[in-house]
Design a protein around this ligand. Sequence first.
Ligand code: 6PG
Length: 239
Amino acid sequence: MPLEVHTDARAVAMRGAELFLESVHAAVHARGRCGIVLSGGSTPRATYEEIARRAGNDRALWAGAQVFWGDERCVPADDERSNERMARESLLARVPIPARHVFPMRCMGDAEAAARRYEDLIREHLGAMPRFDLVFLGLGDDGHTASLFPGNALLEETERWVGVTRRSSESFTRITLTLAVINLAARVIFLVSGAGKAEALQRALAGDLRAPASLVQPANGDLYWLVDAAAARRLGESG
Ligand code: 6PG
């Protein structure tokens, strides 16, 4: 499980963009297409912007890319809290990806129905055993990833690929990929930066089940942790 500690958030973004493009080029070259899952939150923005800077004119690459999300807040697509909005602003609006290759999670209204629709979409494009080529994930300061929060029943979900969840501190519902599909991926890349993530990162890497991110263990795939020095400052400490 490659853990890479980089000097700062910008260095994490540079490396994340490099690994993304390496993965997508390899998949498109090998099979003509690449199934990508984008993370929400704020950390990935710099990586997405760097990917757009590097591959903004690469029509062949984006012609083979299919973009999905790992989770979404059930808010309007133009809401500043929307993961779709963040990815469109920082990446998708800056690259020549065909609109028909972008699959936002859109879950306003009946979130359960939205989760079922998203599963159907995944099945339609990736089949009955969906193996995404590349999954970007973030890490919350409580150890969550995607919208898989500590103590949530979705952590035990082995059949469903998309679940509905909610945080008591938030006014909106969320839908999220489950570990059942995340752990089928060929490559998972965590992007983590900032001192606020140090304890969560220590727990996740130590396999502490209080950190749901520790449960991301691709059965037949690569797992990369791209972290900055601030987030890594507690690694090597006990407990
Ligand atoms: C979300 C994200 C979530 C995020 C972490 C880290 O919708 O909130 O998918 O899992 O990756 O909360 O968020 P930051 O990158 O903003 O710290």
